[in-house]
Design a protein around this ligand. Structure first.
Ligand code: NDP
Length: 285
């Protein structure tokens, strides 16, 4: 039976560290703050924004919410980003994705000042991740790396397979594992022999968006299985990209959904907000 890596437990440890650092910064007269922009009425996005606010409250980070209507124009959104870019009391800016279809997501992400880009989606920050020298951490992949550290899982020399190549999860995940000297393969919808590739992995990270995509026959005995997927089923329950019940019997470590990678993403966001506050107040990384 696999050891369950609890995102709740690990994220609590990370948030506690952040809270301690925030308390110290406040003693120096610095109050880290995060501005979150939500456009439209997507119920899942509202839940995420609410969870981010709760994490800010826990860490002592000042949180500002900008809830904009579905009909918001590109111009209005860009104006808000510009205002927040220029507001010295705001350290981090996050625009909750996805945006309504009529809005240009990439243009908004590009407009956020790299120093305030706590999601690390700006091309400048993405470039830093690529060369392995970065202050803003890619939230979900960094949260996963934190889980490896917490559990003492070594990646050096290991065969790691990432399923999914999105800009927010798959690609930066591969970069972070590569930095730790893993041998990394990225699979996607055009990958041939995916089952064979996954079956040879010491570590599998599934970020596909298909419920129970990774089945027990695909993983090798003792593999570390990380499930990034968040899929809402018809009965309203959440399901990951991994067949948890079956893979749990074969893996050495596994993350549950919910309560796995999700809370880690938010914990890293808190870390990034403090980093942003420190950079803007010339306190180093
Ligand atoms: P995307 O939809 O952007 O990417 C999915 C990736 O999976 C693509 O690269 C796609 O390949 C690949 N894929 C799709 N079908 C197959 C297939 N049959 N075989 C192999 N690869 C396939 O998703 P995200 O990366 O944004 O998110 C992935 C999942 O993680 C979602 O469930 C999302 O909700 C969740 N998520 C969870 C987070 C958390 O904090 N826990 C944070 C972010 C996301 P191709 O590129 O060829 O199309």
């Amino acid at each position: 039976m696999a050891k369950i890596i609890s995102g709740k437990e690990v994220s609590l440890a990370v948030k506690q560290e952040v809270a301690d650092e925030v308390a110290q910064l406040k003693n120096e007269g610095i109050e880290p703050s995060l501005a979150v922009i939500l456009v439209g009425n997507d119920p899942a996005s509202k839940v995420y924004v609410n969870n981010k606010k709760k994490a800010c409250d826990f860490c002592g980070i000042r949180s500002l919410e900008f809830l904009l209507g579905e009909e918001t124009t590109q111009e209005e959104l860009m104006e808000l980003v510009e205002r927040l870019n220029n507001d010295e009391t705001v350290n981090g800016i996050l625009c909750q994705l996805p945006l309504p279809k009529h809005l240009d997501e990439q243009a908004v992400l590009n407009a956020i000042k790299p120093q305030k880009d706590v999601d690390a989606f700006h091309p400048e920050n993405v470039g830093h991740i690529m060369i392995g020298d970065y202050a803003m951490l890619p939230c979900t992949p960094s949260g996963i790396m934190e889980m490896f550290r917490y559990e003492g899982i070594e990646l050096d020399g290991k065969n790691c397979v990432v399923i999914g190549r999105s800009n927010i999860v798959g690609k930066p995940m591969a970069m972070l594992m590569l930095k730790e000297n893993a041998t990394v393969t990225i699979c996607h919808s055009h990958t041939e022999n995916l089952k064979k590739i996954v079956s040879e992995a010491d570590v599998v990270v599934a970020a596909v968006g298909i419920p129970k995509f990774v089945t027990a026959d695909m993983i090798k005995d003792g593999a570390v299985v990380i499930d990034v997927g968040i899929n809402r089923m018809e009965d309203g329950k959440l399901c990951g990209d991994v067949d948890y019940e079956a893979c749990e019997k074969k893996a050495s470590y596994i993350t549950p959904v919910p309560g796995g990678v999700g809370p880690m993403t938010i914990a890293t966001l808190m870390k990034n907000t403090v980093t942003a506050a420190k950079i803007q107040n010339k306190r180093g990384k």
